[in-house]
Ligand binder design. Structure first.
Ligand SMILES: Cc1cc2nc3c(=O)[nH]c(=O)nc-3n(C[C@H](O)[C@H](O)[C@H](O)COP(=O)(O)OP(=O)(O)OC[C@H]3O[C@@H](n4cnc5c(N)ncnc54)[C@H](O)[C@@H]3O)c2cc1C
Length: 341
Protein backbone atom coordinates (compact mmCIF):
# COMPACT_ATOMS: atom_id res chain seq x y z
CA UNK A 1 0.00 0.00 0.00
CA UNK A 2 1.31 3.44 -0.90
CA UNK A 3 1.06 6.15 1.75
CA UNK A 4 1.98 9.79 1.13
CA UNK A 5 5.05 9.18 3.31
CA UNK A 6 6.08 5.56 2.67
CA UNK A 7 5.04 2.12 1.49
CA UNK A 8 3.50 -0.52 3.74
CA UNK A 9 3.06 -4.21 3.10
CA UNK A 10 0.01 -5.88 4.64
CA UNK A 11 -1.70 -9.18 5.28
CA UNK A 12 -5.09 -7.52 5.58
CA UNK A 13 -6.05 -4.01 4.53
CA UNK A 14 -9.04 -2.27 6.13
CA UNK A 15 -10.29 0.83 4.34
CA UNK A 16 -12.23 3.12 6.69
CA UNK A 17 -11.65 6.29 4.71
CA UNK A 18 -15.16 7.74 4.95
CA UNK A 19 -16.43 10.13 2.31
CA UNK A 20 -15.80 13.63 1.06
CA UNK A 21 -18.12 16.30 -0.36
CA UNK A 22 -19.45 15.51 -3.80
CA UNK A 23 -19.84 18.55 -6.07
CA UNK A 24 -21.12 16.47 -9.00
CA UNK A 25 -18.51 18.03 -11.29
CA UNK A 26 -19.56 21.63 -10.51
CA UNK A 27 -16.09 23.16 -10.33
CA UNK A 28 -17.18 26.71 -9.45
CA UNK A 29 -19.04 25.37 -6.45
CA UNK A 30 -16.14 23.17 -5.36
CA UNK A 31 -13.84 26.20 -5.43
CA UNK A 32 -16.10 28.73 -3.74
CA UNK A 33 -18.62 26.96 -1.51
CA UNK A 34 -18.16 26.04 2.14
CA UNK A 35 -18.33 22.29 2.77
CA UNK A 36 -19.24 20.87 6.18
CA UNK A 37 -17.56 17.48 6.48
CA UNK A 38 -14.66 17.85 8.89
CA UNK A 39 -13.66 19.73 12.04
CA UNK A 40 -11.43 21.89 9.79
CA UNK A 41 -14.52 22.76 7.72
CA UNK A 42 -16.42 23.72 10.87
CA UNK A 43 -13.62 26.04 12.04
CA UNK A 44 -13.35 27.54 8.58
CA UNK A 45 -17.13 28.17 8.51
CA UNK A 46 -17.05 29.82 11.91
CA UNK A 47 -14.21 32.16 10.89
CA UNK A 48 -15.70 32.88 7.48
CA UNK A 49 -19.10 33.77 8.94
CA UNK A 50 -17.55 36.12 11.51
CA UNK A 51 -15.47 37.74 8.80
CA UNK A 52 -18.49 38.25 6.52
CA UNK A 53 -20.42 39.86 9.40
CA UNK A 54 -17.56 42.30 9.88
CA UNK A 55 -17.48 43.01 6.13
CA UNK A 56 -21.21 43.65 5.88
CA UNK A 57 -20.95 46.40 8.46
CA UNK A 58 -18.23 48.29 6.62
CA UNK A 59 -19.49 47.63 3.07
CA UNK A 60 -20.62 50.90 1.48
CA UNK A 61 -22.48 49.45 -1.47
CA UNK A 62 -26.07 48.26 -0.83
CA UNK A 63 -25.87 45.36 -3.32
CA UNK A 64 -22.69 44.15 -1.67
CA UNK A 65 -24.29 44.47 1.77
CA UNK A 66 -27.25 42.37 0.61
CA UNK A 67 -24.99 39.66 -0.83
CA UNK A 68 -23.03 39.49 2.42
CA UNK A 69 -26.22 39.28 4.47
CA UNK A 70 -27.62 36.40 2.40
CA UNK A 71 -26.74 32.78 3.12
CA UNK A 72 -27.61 29.90 0.80
CA UNK A 73 -27.34 26.34 2.07
CA UNK A 74 -27.49 23.87 -0.81
CA UNK A 75 -28.57 20.43 0.39
CA UNK A 76 -31.45 19.75 2.78
CA UNK A 77 -30.17 16.58 4.45
CA UNK A 78 -29.41 16.49 8.18
CA UNK A 79 -26.27 18.66 7.81
CA UNK A 80 -28.07 21.36 5.78
CA UNK A 81 -31.07 21.36 8.12
CA UNK A 82 -28.82 21.63 11.18
CA UNK A 83 -26.81 24.53 9.70
CA UNK A 84 -29.98 26.38 8.66
CA UNK A 85 -31.48 25.98 12.14
CA UNK A 86 -28.31 27.09 13.87
CA UNK A 87 -27.95 30.20 11.68
CA UNK A 88 -31.62 31.09 12.21
CA UNK A 89 -31.10 30.93 15.98
CA UNK A 90 -27.93 33.01 15.74
CA UNK A 91 -29.85 35.61 13.74
CA UNK A 92 -32.56 35.64 16.42
CA UNK A 93 -30.32 35.75 19.51
CA UNK A 94 -26.91 37.12 18.59
CA UNK A 95 -27.14 39.51 15.64
CA UNK A 96 -29.19 42.15 17.41
CA UNK A 97 -26.66 42.27 20.24
CA UNK A 98 -23.36 41.92 18.37
CA UNK A 99 -24.17 43.24 14.91
CA UNK A 100 -27.20 45.55 15.20
CA UNK A 101 -26.41 47.06 11.78
CA UNK A 102 -26.64 43.61 10.21
CA UNK A 103 -29.79 42.85 12.14
CA UNK A 104 -31.43 45.94 10.66
CA UNK A 105 -30.15 44.98 7.21
CA UNK A 106 -32.20 41.77 7.51
CA UNK A 107 -30.08 38.67 7.08
CA UNK A 108 -31.67 36.09 4.75
CA UNK A 109 -31.16 32.34 5.07
CA UNK A 110 -32.12 30.06 2.17
CA UNK A 111 -32.15 26.27 2.42
CA UNK A 112 -32.48 24.74 -1.03
CA UNK A 113 -32.75 21.16 -2.23
CA UNK A 114 -33.32 19.45 -5.57
CA UNK A 115 -35.63 16.88 -3.93
CA UNK A 116 -39.26 17.47 -3.00
CA UNK A 117 -38.59 17.17 0.73
CA UNK A 118 -36.01 17.89 3.42
CA UNK A 119 -34.32 15.04 5.36
CA UNK A 120 -34.96 12.55 2.55
CA UNK A 121 -33.77 9.45 4.47
CA UNK A 122 -36.00 10.16 7.50
CA UNK A 123 -39.71 9.54 8.13
CA UNK A 124 -42.39 11.74 6.55
CA UNK A 125 -43.29 13.12 9.98
CA UNK A 126 -39.67 14.19 10.56
CA UNK A 127 -39.52 15.75 7.10
CA UNK A 128 -42.70 17.75 7.71
CA UNK A 129 -41.66 18.84 11.20
CA UNK A 130 -38.25 20.01 9.93
CA UNK A 131 -39.84 21.95 7.06
CA UNK A 132 -42.52 23.62 9.20
CA UNK A 133 -40.08 24.44 12.00
CA UNK A 134 -37.49 26.02 9.71
CA UNK A 135 -40.14 28.07 7.91
CA UNK A 136 -41.42 29.28 11.29
CA UNK A 137 -37.86 30.25 12.20
CA UNK A 138 -37.75 32.45 9.10
CA UNK A 139 -35.66 30.19 6.86
CA UNK A 140 -36.67 30.40 3.21
CA UNK A 141 -36.93 26.76 2.18
CA UNK A 142 -36.90 26.06 -1.58
CA UNK A 143 -37.60 22.48 -2.61
CA UNK A 144 -37.35 20.98 -6.12
CA UNK A 145 -34.65 23.61 -6.68
CA UNK A 146 -31.50 22.04 -8.12
CA UNK A 147 -28.36 24.17 -7.92
CA UNK A 148 -26.50 24.21 -11.24
CA UNK A 149 -23.66 26.72 -10.83
CA UNK A 150 -22.22 29.54 -8.74
CA UNK A 151 -20.86 32.42 -10.78
CA UNK A 152 -20.07 36.03 -9.77
CA UNK A 153 -21.63 35.64 -6.31
CA UNK A 154 -24.78 34.22 -7.91
CA UNK A 155 -26.27 30.80 -7.22
CA UNK A 156 -27.85 29.60 -10.46
CA UNK A 157 -30.64 27.01 -10.34
CA UNK A 158 -31.55 24.49 -13.04
CA UNK A 159 -34.79 26.39 -13.76
CA UNK A 160 -32.85 29.64 -14.34
CA UNK A 161 -33.73 31.23 -11.00
CA UNK A 162 -30.86 32.96 -9.19
CA UNK A 163 -29.92 34.12 -5.68
CA UNK A 164 -27.10 36.57 -5.08
CA UNK A 165 -24.90 35.69 -2.12
CA UNK A 166 -21.32 35.72 -0.92
CA UNK A 167 -21.99 32.78 1.42
CA UNK A 168 -22.83 29.42 -0.14
CA UNK A 169 -22.76 26.26 1.97
CA UNK A 170 -22.50 22.97 0.10
CA UNK A 171 -24.17 20.07 1.89
CA UNK A 172 -25.51 18.51 -1.28
CA UNK A 173 -23.89 15.09 -1.21
CA UNK A 174 -20.87 12.95 -0.51
CA UNK A 175 -18.73 10.50 -2.42
CA UNK A 176 -16.26 7.88 -1.30
CA UNK A 177 -12.67 7.88 -2.50
CA UNK A 178 -11.43 5.78 -5.40
CA UNK A 179 -8.15 3.92 -4.84
CA UNK A 180 -5.97 2.71 -7.68
CA UNK A 181 -5.39 -1.01 -7.43
CA UNK A 182 -8.87 -1.82 -6.16
CA UNK A 183 -10.78 -3.43 -9.06
CA UNK A 184 -13.08 -0.81 -10.69
CA UNK A 185 -16.01 -3.26 -10.57
CA UNK A 186 -15.75 -3.30 -6.76
CA UNK A 187 -17.14 0.25 -6.63
CA UNK A 188 -20.87 0.80 -6.31
CA UNK A 189 -23.13 3.84 -5.98
CA UNK A 190 -21.35 6.97 -4.73
CA UNK A 191 -18.01 5.18 -5.23
CA UNK A 192 -18.74 3.12 -2.13
CA UNK A 193 -16.85 -0.18 -2.03
CA UNK A 194 -19.14 -3.18 -2.40
CA UNK A 195 -18.58 -5.57 0.46
CA UNK A 196 -19.99 -8.94 1.47
CA UNK A 197 -21.57 -9.59 4.88
CA UNK A 198 -18.06 -9.91 6.40
CA UNK A 199 -17.11 -6.48 5.03
CA UNK A 200 -14.68 -8.00 2.53
CA UNK A 201 -14.47 -5.95 -0.67
CA UNK A 202 -15.93 -7.96 -3.55
CA UNK A 203 -13.33 -9.13 -6.05
CA UNK A 204 -10.48 -8.93 -3.54
CA UNK A 205 -8.88 -11.51 -1.24
CA UNK A 206 -7.71 -9.52 1.76
CA UNK A 207 -9.16 -6.00 1.53
CA UNK A 208 -11.98 -4.99 3.85
CA UNK A 209 -13.98 -1.78 3.96
CA UNK A 210 -16.13 -0.45 6.82
CA UNK A 211 -18.20 2.63 7.58
CA UNK A 212 -19.30 5.31 5.14
CA UNK A 213 -16.95 4.11 2.42
CA UNK A 214 -18.53 0.67 2.07
CA UNK A 215 -21.75 -0.55 0.50
CA UNK A 216 -23.32 -3.70 1.89
CA UNK A 217 -26.52 -4.56 0.05
CA UNK A 218 -27.06 -8.14 1.25
CA UNK A 219 -28.81 -6.93 4.45
CA UNK A 220 -32.50 -7.41 3.56
CA UNK A 221 -33.49 -4.46 5.73
CA UNK A 222 -31.15 -2.15 3.79
CA UNK A 223 -31.17 -3.27 0.15
CA UNK A 224 -29.73 0.11 -0.96
CA UNK A 225 -26.90 -0.11 1.59
CA UNK A 226 -26.77 1.12 5.17
CA UNK A 227 -27.20 4.81 6.01
CA UNK A 228 -23.89 6.65 6.33
CA UNK A 229 -24.07 7.01 10.10
CA UNK A 230 -21.56 6.68 12.92
CA UNK A 231 -23.44 3.68 14.41
CA UNK A 232 -22.98 1.66 11.21
CA UNK A 233 -19.24 2.46 11.16
CA UNK A 234 -18.81 1.60 14.85
CA UNK A 235 -20.73 -1.67 14.63
CA UNK A 236 -18.93 -2.75 11.44
CA UNK A 237 -15.56 -1.95 13.03
CA UNK A 238 -16.40 -4.08 16.08
CA UNK A 239 -17.72 -6.96 13.98
CA UNK A 240 -14.66 -6.97 11.72
CA UNK A 241 -12.27 -6.84 14.68
CA UNK A 242 -14.17 -9.78 16.21
CA UNK A 243 -13.84 -11.70 12.93
CA UNK A 244 -10.08 -11.12 12.76
CA UNK A 245 -9.79 -12.53 16.29
CA UNK A 246 -12.09 -15.44 15.35
CA UNK A 247 -9.84 -16.23 12.36
CA UNK A 248 -6.81 -16.44 14.67
CA UNK A 249 -8.67 -18.99 16.81
CA UNK A 250 -10.12 -20.94 13.86
CA UNK A 251 -13.63 -19.95 14.88
CA UNK A 252 -16.50 -19.24 12.44
CA UNK A 253 -16.91 -15.67 11.16
CA UNK A 254 -19.92 -13.58 12.17
CA UNK A 255 -21.81 -11.84 9.35
CA UNK A 256 -22.55 -8.17 9.95
CA UNK A 257 -26.11 -7.43 11.08
CA UNK A 258 -26.92 -3.78 11.68
CA UNK A 259 -28.61 -3.00 14.97
CA UNK A 260 -30.54 0.06 13.78
CA UNK A 261 -30.58 2.69 16.53
CA UNK A 262 -32.39 5.23 14.37
CA UNK A 263 -31.57 8.70 13.10
CA UNK A 264 -31.81 12.19 14.55
CA UNK A 265 -31.36 15.79 13.47
CA UNK A 266 -31.28 18.89 15.66
CA UNK A 267 -32.88 22.07 14.33
CA UNK A 268 -32.65 24.43 17.27
CA UNK A 269 -33.38 24.90 20.94
CA UNK A 270 -36.03 22.31 21.91
CA UNK A 271 -36.47 21.54 18.23
CA UNK A 272 -35.27 18.24 16.82
CA UNK A 273 -36.51 15.10 15.11
CA UNK A 274 -35.76 11.48 15.94
CA UNK A 275 -36.84 8.30 14.16
CA UNK A 276 -36.25 5.45 16.60
CA UNK A 277 -37.17 1.96 15.39
CA UNK A 278 -39.33 -0.03 17.78
CA UNK A 279 -39.95 2.88 20.17
CA UNK A 280 -42.91 4.59 18.61
CA UNK A 281 -40.77 5.50 15.59
CA UNK A 282 -41.10 9.30 15.39
CA UNK A 283 -40.38 11.92 18.03
CA UNK A 284 -39.99 15.63 17.69
CA UNK A 285 -39.66 18.81 19.72
CA UNK A 286 -38.34 18.78 23.27
CA UNK A 287 -38.16 14.98 23.66
CA UNK A 288 -36.18 14.52 20.44
CA UNK A 289 -33.96 17.48 21.32
CA UNK A 290 -33.14 16.08 24.77
CA UNK A 291 -32.46 12.66 23.25
CA UNK A 292 -30.15 14.26 20.64
CA UNK A 293 -28.20 16.09 23.35
CA UNK A 294 -27.73 12.97 25.48
CA UNK A 295 -26.83 10.66 22.60
CA UNK A 296 -24.21 13.10 21.30
CA UNK A 297 -22.88 13.94 24.74
CA UNK A 298 -22.33 10.29 25.64
CA UNK A 299 -20.73 9.61 22.25
CA UNK A 300 -17.86 11.96 23.12
CA UNK A 301 -14.60 10.37 24.16
CA UNK A 302 -13.48 10.84 27.80
CA UNK A 303 -15.46 12.09 30.79
CA UNK A 304 -13.66 15.42 30.75
CA UNK A 305 -14.88 16.22 27.22
CA UNK A 306 -18.41 15.20 28.14
CA UNK A 307 -18.37 17.34 31.25
CA UNK A 308 -16.87 20.42 29.54
CA UNK A 309 -19.30 20.11 26.61
CA UNK A 310 -22.24 19.80 28.98
CA UNK A 311 -21.15 22.92 30.88
CA UNK A 312 -20.76 24.85 27.60
CA UNK A 313 -24.18 23.70 26.41
CA UNK A 314 -25.89 24.65 29.67
CA UNK A 315 -24.27 28.11 29.60
CA UNK A 316 -25.27 28.56 25.93
CA UNK A 317 -28.81 27.41 26.76
CA UNK A 318 -29.20 29.83 29.66
CA UNK A 319 -27.50 32.84 28.07
CA UNK A 320 -28.59 32.17 24.45
CA UNK A 321 -25.03 33.10 23.59
CA UNK A 322 -21.65 31.67 22.63
CA UNK A 323 -18.72 33.29 24.36
CA UNK A 324 -16.00 33.03 21.72
CA UNK A 325 -16.08 35.56 18.89
CA UNK A 326 -12.42 35.60 17.82
CA UNK A 327 -11.51 35.01 14.21
CA UNK A 328 -8.84 32.31 14.47
CA UNK A 329 -6.74 31.48 11.44
CA UNK A 330 -3.25 29.99 11.05
CA UNK A 331 -0.78 32.61 9.84
CA UNK A 332 0.14 32.23 6.13
CA UNK A 333 3.65 31.18 7.18
CA UNK A 334 2.37 28.41 9.42
CA UNK A 335 -0.02 27.27 6.68
CA UNK A 336 2.89 27.01 4.25
CA UNK A 337 4.92 25.04 6.80
CA UNK A 338 2.08 22.60 7.44
CA UNK A 339 1.73 22.09 3.69
CA UNK A 340 5.45 21.34 3.56
CA UNK A 341 6.23 24.21 1.16
C1 LIG B 1 -21.73 17.47 9.73
C2 LIG B 1 -21.96 16.00 9.97
C3 LIG B 1 -22.77 15.62 11.02
C4 LIG B 1 -22.99 14.28 11.26
N1 LIG B 1 -23.80 13.94 12.30
C5 LIG B 1 -24.01 12.64 12.58
C6 LIG B 1 -24.79 12.27 13.68
O1 LIG B 1 -25.34 13.12 14.39
N2 LIG B 1 -24.96 10.95 13.93
C7 LIG B 1 -24.37 9.99 13.15
O2 LIG B 1 -24.53 8.78 13.42
N3 LIG B 1 -23.63 10.31 12.09
C8 LIG B 1 -23.41 11.61 11.79
N4 LIG B 1 -22.64 11.95 10.72
C9 LIG B 1 -22.07 10.88 9.89
C10 LIG B 1 -20.85 10.28 10.57
O3 LIG B 1 -19.92 11.30 10.85
C11 LIG B 1 -20.22 9.23 9.67
O4 LIG B 1 -21.17 8.26 9.34
C12 LIG B 1 -19.06 8.54 10.35
O5 LIG B 1 -18.07 9.48 10.73
C13 LIG B 1 -18.44 7.51 9.41
O6 LIG B 1 -17.30 7.00 10.00
P1 LIG B 1 -16.11 6.46 9.07
O7 LIG B 1 -15.10 5.94 10.01
O8 LIG B 1 -16.65 5.56 8.02
O9 LIG B 1 -15.56 7.74 8.29
P2 LIG B 1 -14.98 9.11 8.86
O10 LIG B 1 -15.43 9.39 10.22
O11 LIG B 1 -15.28 10.11 7.78
O12 LIG B 1 -13.43 8.85 8.94
C14 LIG B 1 -12.65 8.66 7.77
C15 LIG B 1 -11.21 9.04 8.11
O13 LIG B 1 -10.35 8.58 7.06
C16 LIG B 1 -9.45 9.62 6.74
N5 LIG B 1 -9.03 9.42 5.35
C17 LIG B 1 -9.73 9.69 4.23
N6 LIG B 1 -9.01 9.36 3.14
C18 LIG B 1 -7.85 8.85 3.56
C19 LIG B 1 -6.69 8.34 2.90
N7 LIG B 1 -6.62 8.28 1.57
N8 LIG B 1 -5.67 7.90 3.67
C20 LIG B 1 -5.74 7.95 5.02
N9 LIG B 1 -6.80 8.44 5.70
C21 LIG B 1 -7.85 8.89 4.98
C22 LIG B 1 -10.24 10.90 6.94
O14 LIG B 1 -9.37 11.99 7.13
C23 LIG B 1 -11.03 10.56 8.20
O15 LIG B 1 -10.31 10.85 9.37
C24 LIG B 1 -22.39 13.29 10.44
C25 LIG B 1 -21.58 13.67 9.39
C26 LIG B 1 -21.36 15.01 9.14
C27 LIG B 1 -20.49 15.41 7.98
Amino acid sequence: MLLSTCELSYDHLVLATGTESNYFGMENIRKAALPMKTVDDAIEIRNYMLQKMEEVIIAADETEKKKLATVVIAGGGPTGVEIAGMLAEMRENILEKDYPELSRQGARIYLVDGASTLLTPMSEKSQKYAYDTLVKMGVKVRLNARVKDYVNDTVIFADGETIQTRILFWTGGVTAKVFEGVPPESYGQGNRLRVDEYNKVTGTRNIHAIGDTCLLISDKNFPQGHPQLAQVAIQQGKNLAGNFIATLHDKPLKPFVYDDKGAMAIIGRSKAVADIPGAGRHFNGFIAWTAWLFVHLFSLIAYRNRFMTMVNWVVALLTKDQSLRMIVRPSPKRKERSLGQ
